[in-house]
Design a protein around this ligand. Structure first.
Ligand SMILES: Nc1ncnc2c1ncn2[C@@H]1O[C@H](COP(=O)(O)OP(=O)(O)OP(=O)(O)O)[C@@H](O)[C@H]1O
Length: 305
C-alpha cells in the first residue's frame, strides 16, 4: 500500500542544538501512528514540520504524495492539526466555537456542522456552556471536534490526552478508535507507553531527536525479549526436583520456591514444560505467562543512556 505520510531524512536544528536527526518514517492510510517520546524529545517539532508549520533544514515530507514544503496549498484541506495548546476560545460556548471555525473554513452548513459534531463528541448538553466552564476532558473532546470541521482525512494530534484523568483518557482513546473506524489516518504524539499500546498500529520511539525503534506494539514488545512463564511450588525441595527437568530451558530462579522460564515458542513451550512436570507429579501452586510491556521495551532501549 502507498503510504499517506512519508518523512524522509528530516533534520532540524535550533541554533546549534540538533533537535531532529535524520528522521525517516511512513504512515499507511487508515492507521494510527504514535510518536512516543519524553519531554523535549522533538515530537512537536516533527509534527510542525510534517504539517508545514515549520521548515526542516534537510529532508522531505510528503502527504498524499504532495511535497509539504512546495505544495502545502494542495493538501491543507486534507488534514488538521490539533496542537498541545487548545485552539478553543474560552469566552465562547462549545457551539459558538464550532460554528465559528466552520464559517472560517467555508463549510457548507456551519450551524448544522456544529450541532452534528457536538452530538458526535457527546457535548450536546454542554453546547450552550462557555468553554471556560468545561472540564479538561470536555475541552479535549471539543478540540478534537474542532479538528474535524471540514472532514479532513488525516488528523495530527499533539499529546491529545496529556493532563487528563484516567477516565477521561479512556473516553478519548475510544473517540480516537472511533475516528480510525471511520477511516481517518491519525498521527499522534504521546509520552504514555500505554497510550501507544492501546491505540497505535505503528509506534516510533523518538529519543534525543532520533527514532530509536519502530514497529507495531507487538513487534516492539519482542525487542524486550520473549514471553516468560513464572512457576511457584509449595516447597524448595519440589523446586530442586524441577530444575534438572528444565535444564534445556533458560530458567531464572526468583526465590526459594519460584522460577521464571523464557518461552521462545509461547504456548507450545508452556505445554512442554507442564508435560514434564506432570510426568514427575510435580504440580506448581501457581503459574503465570507474562508478556513484556512497552515499558520493558523502553527500559531496554534506554538502558545505560
Ligand atoms: N522554536 C524553538 N526555538 C528553539 N528551540 C526550540 C524551539 N522549539 C523547540 N525547541 C527545542 O527543541 C527540543 C525539542 O522540543 P519539542 O517541543 O519538539 O519536544 P517535545 O518532544 O514535543 O516535548 P514536549 O512534550 O515537552 O512538548 C527542546 O529542547 C526544545 O527546547
Amino acid at each position: 500500500m502507498t503510504p499517506i505520510i512519508t518523512v524522509d531524512n528530516v533534520q532540524k536544528s535550533f541554533k546549534k542544538q540538533l533537535v531532529l536527526d535524520n528522521i525517516t518514517l511512513e504512515v499507511q492510510p487508515g492507521n494510527i501512528y504514535a510518536l512516543l517520546g519524553d519531554n523535549g524529545a522533538g515530537k512537536s517539532t516533527l509534527l510542525k514540520i510534517i504539517t508545514g508549520l515549520l521548515n526542516s533544514d534537510q529532508g522531505t515530507v510528503r502527504v498524499n504524495d504532495f511535497d509539504v514544503n512546495k505544495q502545502l496549498r494542495q493538501i491543507q484541506r486534507l488534514f488538521s492539526f490539533s496542537a498541545q495548546t487548545s485552539s478553543v476560545d474560552d469566552i465562547l460556548t462549545g457551539y459558538e466555537n464550532l460554528a465559528l471555525i466552520a464559517k472560517l473554513r467555508h463549510v457548507a452548513n456551519p450551524n448544522q456542522t456544529a450541532t452534528d459534531l457536538l452530538a458526535q463528541f457527546k457535548l450536546t448538553e454542554a453546547a450552550k456552556k462557555r468553554v471556560a466552564d468545561y472540564s479538561g476532558g470536555m475541552r479535549r473532546r471539543l478540540d478534537l471536534a474542532m479538528s474535524l470541521v471540514g472532514n479532513p482525512e488525516i488528523l495530527f494530534l499533539d499529546e491529545p490526552t496529556t493532563g487528563l484523568d484516567p477516565s477521561s483518557r479512556n473516553d478519548l482513546w475510544q473517540t480516537i478508535r472511533d475516528l480510525k473506524a471511520q477511516g481517518k489516518t491519525i498521527f499522534l504524539t504521546t509520552q504514555y507507553l500505554e497510550e501507544a499500546d492501546q491505540l497505535a498500529d505503528q509506534v516510533g520511539f523518538l529519543r534525543d531527536g532520533k527514532i530509536i525503534a519502530t514497529g507495531t506494539p507487538q513487534e516492539m514488545k519482542h525487542l524486550a525479549g520473549p514471553e516468560k512463564l513464572t512457576l511457584t511450588f509449595l516447597t524448595s525441595d519440589q523446586l530442586a526436583q524441577v530444575l534438572p527437568l528444565l535444564h534445556d530451558f533458560a530458567v531464572q530462579t526468583l526465590d526459594d520456591v519460584s522460577i521464571s522460564v523464557e518461552l521462545p515458542e509461547s504456548i507450545s513451550t508452556v505445554l512442554e514444560i507442564l508435560n514434564r512436570l506432570t510426568v514427575h507429579k510435580l504440580k506448581p501452586t501457581t503459574f503465570q505467562v507474562t508478556t513484556p510491556s512497552l515499558d520493558d521495551v523502553f527500559l531496554k532501549l534506554t538502558k545505560g543512556a
